[in-house]
Design a protein around this ligand. Sequence first.
Ligand code: TXE
Length: 494
Amino acid sequence: MGNFKKYNMYINGQWVEPSSGEYFESVNPATGKPWCLIARGNEVDVDRAVLAAHHTFTNSDWADMSYTERGHLLRKLGDLLAVHADELAQYETLDNGKLIREMRGQLNYLPEFFYYYAGLADKIHGETLPIDKKDMFVFSSREPIGVVAAITPWNSPLYLTFLKLAPALAAGNTIVIKPSEYTSASLLEFVKLIEEAGFPPGVVNILTGFGDSVGSPLTSHPLVKRIAFTGGSESAKHVVRNSANNFSKVSLELGGKSPNIVFEDANLENAAMGIIAGIYGASGQSCVAGSRAFLHESIYDKIMKIIVDRVSRIKVGDPMSQDTEMGPLATLSQLENVEKYVSLGKQEGGRLIHGGKRPEYLTDGFYYEPTIFEHPDNESRISREEVFGPVLSVIPFKTEEEVIKLANSTDYGLAAGIWVSDIAKAHRVAKRVRAGIVWINTYRSVSPIAPIGGSGLSGYGREGGIEAIYEYTQTKTVWVNTSSEKIQDPFIMR
Ligand code: TXE
């Protein structure tokens, strides 16, 4: 197995070896070669981690801690993340192939998520209810739910974890996180900061391993009360079935087939850049990837020229290099998936305008060329199913009515981009397009203040924003009878 760095799991504040005694290799997608070893967890480890998280939730310093103190810990964690952002960016790039300059930018911004939820921690209050009964004082409070199971994918390991971790802890829960088997290292490096910030043992636990041997027993564990999942729709179906074992509350952030719509009055230079950012950023491995570009027929040729010209100059290569614009795909199976869709696109009559193969000059690693397909309509599988790679489907349209229909003719409903100058049209379309996030004259902007999430095959629940913290709480209603009168009739409810 080579002389690689070896990672154990983190349970109850301790680094523990997997009960199986086994480890598996994590591969650097830029070289296609393994670079570290990850512990292969199983249901014995799952039980251990969940019991630790449950114990900490019910009986520990954490359980007794004030919300303000929890906020202080989160703020400290944000500060430590800011100090270690560049180092964590290196691990993330090594493990999942995202551009080092994108990761540096992302990780230097991510402390904001901890600061936002640190600020909210002691503002999770209930209400006094103006109850319609005499001599009753009624109030509600929001309580933490218990042990949260967080399952994350490989495309943005730390960001997608923080979206769950920060609100879950701010609300007073404990958490067991299972990162993707492809990209566990950056989170295991980050855990040191959790210790340094001073979180008590058992508040944050990390299990590593595979979906069937760790993800499945974790999401069906009787002591798990809340599941936060980001990943593919097929795995999500297993997770939802597992949640039925004990009716855990679930949020799902799945994929998309998001439309990026360009109207005839748009600033075409900006729109072209937005389309490129939407689909080639992170090599298209983004849940919000704008994988369908709908271009008004009157500007079609003009904007296509700008897009194709810029795409043909995209620098594909080593993600650690400062001037690379597109790195590899994160896994070999994802690369093969992209290849499968591209050959399907050709069979279905799509016109390949650019790319469509692995770059000849990059023989190692999981690289693919930025690819553009032209389609006469929205019917082919490649323009309906999530490819999760650098493959853009371009489709012309004539009218506003038609493009709304086309944009909405998908089972997904995550994001949409609208490029337009007419402000009335911008709002009309934003209202009618079925998506949880709509960007007007921009794309892929994120902030802890703004919720994200979708509908249909894109999942349910929201991450980010104030709503997210409520998704990690449950409401308790307390009734107080303030009357001194004797209760006369036990069979009549007051
Ligand atoms: O993801 P999986 P995959 C989409 C994208 C991609 C497809 C498949 O289209 O091509 O999904 O990707 C864990 N119980 N997205 O198969 O398997 C798994 O170990 C519990 C979009 O690589 O869903 C990992 O930690 N957990 C998406 C996590 O689920 C299970 C990001 C995600 O992996 C499990 C990723 C089970 N039965 C893929 N099976 C987005 N929203 O951005 C697997 N897992």
